[in-house]
Design a protein around this ligand. Sequence first.
Ligand SMILES: NC(=O)C1=CN([C@@H]2O[C@H](COP(=O)(O)OP(=O)(O)OC[C@H]3O[C@@H](n4cnc5c(N)ncnc54)[C@H](O)[C@@H]3O)[C@@H](O)[C@H]2O)C=CC1
Ligand SMILES: O=C(CO)COP(=O)(O)O
Length: 315
Amino acid sequence: MVLADAGCEVTLWGRRPDIAAAINTTRTNPQYSSEITLPPAVTATTDPARAAAGAELVFLAVPSQSLRANLADWAPLLRPDAVLVSLMKGVELGTAKRMSEVIEEVAKVDRDRVAVLTGPNLAAEIAARQPAAAVVACRDEAAARRIQTACHTAYYRPYTNTDVIGCELGGAVKNVIALAVGIAGGMGLGDNTKASLITRGLAETTRLGLAMGADPYTFAGLAGMGDLVATCSSPLSRNNTFGHNLGRGMSLAETIAATSQTAEGVKSCESVADLARRHGVDMPITETVVDIVHNGKPPVVAVKELMSRSAKPER
Ligand SMILES: NC(=O)C1=CN([C@@H]2O[C@H](COP(=O)(O)OP(=O)(O)OC[C@H]3O[C@@H](n4cnc5c(N)ncnc54)[C@H](O)[C@@H]3O)[C@@H](O)[C@H]2O)C=CC1
Ligand SMILES: O=C(CO)COP(=O)(O)O
């Protein structure tokens, strides 16, 4: 919708023939965001070759853990000069690779042709065409500007940035912090606790970013602070809601059953913790989320442990 509103011809690929057909005939997706009427410039197909044919810009938005397998099928179909844009906010399990790294590796493209679009962009609010800003990150500034033009509308304001690592980490780690904030909210804890988690969450994200070569200023921008604030304060966030359900006592299985869309932080908390270990960075909130979500640690015990860590200077 954003790309079409900005003047692009868009072909949307999806797995399910019934949904693709519904988009083409009714202009709506009956499963997700059925309240939006898609612009006429959007058509849908289940045929990846049709979606890729001639596409100058390819926006990738499948769950992060499925990117490698999906892209392996699509890569031979892409135009050799296509720019690939990741909309995904996760880190691959096992390899601890960022999505742009998976794209470079699987599609065998130079990193100047891989970009990331991120920022405080809760889908339902974008779909309602509410004003929002975003960041397009690419090592090649000219490519970032092309993408910026391709998605700039009256309600969507993208900025460019060359710090791909920082922008990607901001997007992936905020989901983990949103799980922590959601858990706190579900436990009945208030705004001081949430603000402390958000701020110390940003501190550990920045520490990881510095160790990985990111620009620390990125974390004060839309990809860092911006997305963290949106996600941690919104009931529209799947990660925040997932955490809230765990915090109010639902089991992991019940919480998964109650979640129909991707909450990237649930898997990426493990890969972010893995990245932190590989870079020798302390990420106590991330480790705590892993313990609660995957190791069955009761949230009350986790809070006590976080609060009894040794006293430290702020930075
Ligand atoms: N929804 C949001 O507000 C935002 C989401 N994102 C990111 O976009 C990415 C995708 O998220 P959403 O679209 O919201 O998730 P979603 O769960 O709503 O949708 C993902 C889509 O991929 C499809 N899908 C699921 N498994 C698949 C597989 N194995 N192969 C191919 N397709 C598959 C689903 O059917 C669905 O159409 C995530 O990384 C998320 O962090 C980024 C910004 C905002
Ligand atoms: O990334 C998002 C907003 O920028 C969406 O967050 P959730 O995946 O938690 O819904």
